[in-house]
Design a protein around this ligand. Structure first.
Ligand SMILES: O=C(O)CCC(=O)C(=O)O
Ligand SMILES: [Fe+2]
Length: 240
């Protein structure tokens, strides 16, 4: 694809500053920039990513069961990093050089988050509201104890839920990435207000999870029966 466009973050300072910080306490925090990438650039990126990324829908294993991951995925990483493996699946690592707009996005995210230095990117494509990501945390050892994860969204709005992990004594196991759909709404209603948060992730938005968010919280993007449109999400991570 002849793609001359250069991805860039929003040049309008008031849009960049219009961010929301949620202190999840005990060293966990999320930051949400609703208009991180300008609207027209976000539309071009959505089209580019939809057409050019080599999407796959792999089989994964959770609690001894094999199932098809309920969304498309792709992985891009710098050379010679330890390999990512989750739920029994080891994705092939594509090169940043093959996808110049992803390099531009990486630079834009680095500029917005001083001190960050991401070297890998997990991409997700939700073809419609039947695709989802179940409750999980991204606490793989190769990201270290306090990974910063920067998540860009393009396409239709989807809800993002966060829920505090049960205390260790509760002995409830939550997989790193699950294919078992849980009734996210019901779970949220039962738990304490401060132990749950929800955000609508918008076209061109950036969400950052920091500190102990992966250790102490789980997150999900639940199914939405009425949604027919595509959403693409990019999560930048640092493999140590
Ligand atoms: O699609 C999203 O917003 C979340 C994706 C996610 O949690 C992940 O890739 O680990
Ligand atoms: Fe995640």
């Amino acid at each position: 694809m002849n793609f001359k466009f250069r991805a860039r973050s929003n040049p309008n300072p008031s849009d960049r500053e219009n961010k929301r910080t949620i202190d999840l306490e005990n060293g966990s925090e999320i930051i949400y920039f609703p208009r991180f990438i300008p609207y027209d650039d976000s539309c071009k990126l959505l089209h580019y990513l939809d057409k050019e990324i080599p999407w796959t829908r792999p089989s994964i294993h959770v609690f001894g069961r094999s199932c098809i991951q309920p969304r498309d995925t792709c992985y891009v990483a710098s050379e010679r990093l330890p390999e990512l493996r989750y739920s029994g699946y080891q994705p092939h690592a594509y090169s940043w050089d093959d996808y110049p707009p992803l390099k531009d996005l990486l630079a834009a995210v680095h500029e917005a988050l001083p001190g960050s230095s991401f070297n890998s990117l997990l991409l997700n494509r939700y073809k419609s509201g039947s695709d989802y990501v179940a409750w999980h945390s991204d606490g793989e050892k190769l990201y270290g104890p306090t990974p910063e994860i920067a998540s860009l969204s393009f396409g239709c709005d989807r809800e993002f839920f966060l829920r505090k992990k049960p205390s260790k004594t509760a002995k409830v196991q939550i997989p790193s990435t699950s294919c078992v759909e849980e009734p996210a709404n019901k779970r949220l209603k039962r738990s304490n207000q401060v132990d749950q948060h929800s955000l609508t992730l918008k076209h061109g938005s950036l969400l950052v999870m920091k500190g102990y968010t992966q250790r102490d919280w789980v997150h999900s993007v639940p199914k939405r029966a009425k949604i027919e449109a595509v959403r693409i999400n990019l999560t930048f991570r640092r493999v140590l």
